[in-house]
Ligand binder design. Sequence first.
Ligand code: ZN
Length: 244
Amino acid sequence: MNKFCLQEDYCKDNLQLNSLINHNFMQCKKCKLKCIRKGWYKNTQRYCCKSCNIYQQSNYIYKQRTEADTNMIITLNNEGMGISSMARVLGFAKSSIVRHIKTIAASIVSPFSHELNQDYEVDELQTFIQNKKKICFLMYAINKLTGRVIDFKVGQRTKENLSKVIDSVLFRSPHKIYSDGLIVYRSIIPAAIHRYSKHCINHIERKNLTLRTHLKRLNRKTICFSKNLLMLNACLKIYLWGKT
Ligand SMILES: [Zn+2]
């Protein structure tokens, strides 16, 4: 067995494919027609399918990401594991984990719901990016009844960024929006539906604690914060909306 090939099924497939190879041809993995020899990649013969026009090899030295790996990455991310820990557990390179997380996050779309006349809470959660001098905020809104995160934005606590979160709440025709006493909220939320006090946002304050407990990169007084805004955004997206 190839030492890089860890999955038994994967090896069986490769053995079957190897048996089909003669000197010049290989069976296409997609359409099962003949592929012709065409070029080399790192001392391995490459083949090209005439009908699909896809390049392929009889043997791959690197492990391919499977559906099970994707589910595992999502689970480990939601359990608060960092990139290095995931790389150690799954046997991938750190750069591969980063690439996979970005791909998974790109495939997740924010949930759209038809809820009307609901109550929402908005708040911000402070964290760091790259180093402790660079403070950044997670600004998000939850449905007061279900606790589900409607929308979030990661970045500086500016009126523009907060408006993006508030706009997606206003889009749902809310009954009331509860926030803390941050002055900028009063200029972007219509006064008729706005309630502000530090005592009326206990659901989202509890959610802050859950996020800080579940995701290591959001812990307080830590060195495990995100090094990149994109990765923080991707990991949050998977945690909040990518649960399997
Ligand atoms: Zn083909």
